[in-house]
Ligand binder design. Structure first.
Ligand code: KG4
Ligand code: ZN
Length: 338
């Protein structure tokens, strides 16, 4: 394609208000992220109504900043893209209504993007060699999926969590350890000073051949361990609990992901979503991937967390295939990838 394609992308599915300008799918001209973490921290998790109000306050300045950092105006754009699901309905609606208004008033094509597709696409931005097919783990606060990426917008979900998402399990254990929110990065940091073999927490590999996950047994085991220590008046090494818990999660996630990649004969295995920032998961996957002869890729932390650049990237591959969304599309809190 001769002409550069510039897409303005908007992401408001949870607690980050983000806008980005992306050129030809893989070049990020701006990626502004306004995080609400400091507001939700005091409640120990995201409060949906508060999130919607904060998105409303931030969305226009964030879009203005994204356009000005990219040194373009609405006139230079080729399309407007937005996350339409899954996510919090009130939060999604703010981004969706704004994107529709900009696209309609500027007479631009409008593209709704699946948030999980965006997380996967974050990898294309930094890994120019990456092309489908490949096998990917999407692990965030709301999802834990093993996905076979057949093409840019064609997916097979090979496995999913049967209870908590991996990030959710990190957040719950962090709360029980008194660490705060969001728990994943705090456990990751604390685990660095702990012994990952101190406590033998259970790993749920489920039925033979299954690519599904279950974290509820592990979560209960960690909570029971802490309660029984407290009842006996014994001291708890929070660093050992963090390291042993993290090890159990990283062990199961990396083992299943490598097995799924071998099953599909993938050249690449890829991480995506907030939990993809986890240092032990990255390390263990690198080791196991290399042993199996599979290349392991993941995005930098800023592209693992919710951001609009990943939405702009995913939207580009829809745009060049002529895929457009109707202005009647609504927020879809439970939108599936398949
Ligand atoms: O993708 P994301 O930013 O938002 C959702 O779409 O949910 O993921 C947020 C989740 C939170 O549960 C957070 O605790 C977790 O990702 N997370 C991590 C790490 N950084 C973020 N979990 C484990 N280790 C990390 N370093
Ligand atoms: Zn996300």
């Amino acid at each position: 394609m001769d002409k550069d394609i510039l897409i303005l992308a908007i992401e408001t599915s949870c607690d980050e208000t983000s806008a980005a300008v992306v050129r030809n799918g893989r070049v990020v001209l701006s990626n502004i992220i306004s995080s609400q973490i400091d507001i939700h921290k005091r409640y120990g998790g995201v409060v949906p109504e508060v999130a919607s109000r904060k998105h409303l306050e931030s969305i226009s300045p964030v879009i203005d900043e994204a356009l000005s950092e990219a040194e373009i105006t609405l006139k230079n754009l080729d399309a407007v893209a937005v996350t339409c699901g899954p996510g919090l309905v009130g939060a999604l609606l703010i981004g969706l209504s704004t994107a529709k208004a900009i696209a309609y008033s500027s007479n631009l094509p409008f593209i709704g993007v699946n948030h999980i597709e965006g997380h996967i696409a974050a990898n294309y931005i930094e890994h120019k060699e990456l092309e489908p097919p490949f096998t990917c783990l999407v692990a965030s606060g709301g999802h834990s999926h093993i996905v076979y990426v057949m093409d840019y917008n064609k997916y097979e979900i090979m496995g999913r969590t049967r209870d908590d998402a991996a990030g959710e399990a990190f957040d719950k254990i962090a709360r029980a350890l008194g660490l705060g929110y969001p728990g994943g990065p705090l456990i990751d940091r604390l685990a660095a000073s702990g012994n990952r073999e101190a406590i033998d927490f259970p790993r749920a590999f489920l039925e033979e051949g299954s690519f599904d996950f279950s974290f509820s047994g592990l979560k209960s085991a960690a909570l029971n361990y802490m309660n029984s220590k407290r009842m006996k008046g014994e001291e708890i090494s929070t660093a050992d609990v963090a390291a042993s818990f993290q090890e159990a999660v990283a062990d199961v996630l990396s083992a299943k992901l490598v097995r799924a990649a071998l099953d599909k004969k993938s050249e690449f295995v890829v991480l995506a979503g907030g939990v993809a920032s986890n240092s032990r998961l990255r390390e263990l996957l690198k080791q196991r991937g290399e042993q199996a002869g599979i290349k392991v890729l993941y995005p930098s932390p800023v592209l693992c967390t919710d951001n609009a650049a990943m939405i702009g990237c995913a939207a580009y591959y829809r745009f060049i295939r002529g895929i457009r969304s109707d202005f009647t599309i609504n927020a879809m809190p439970n939108l599936s990838l398949e």
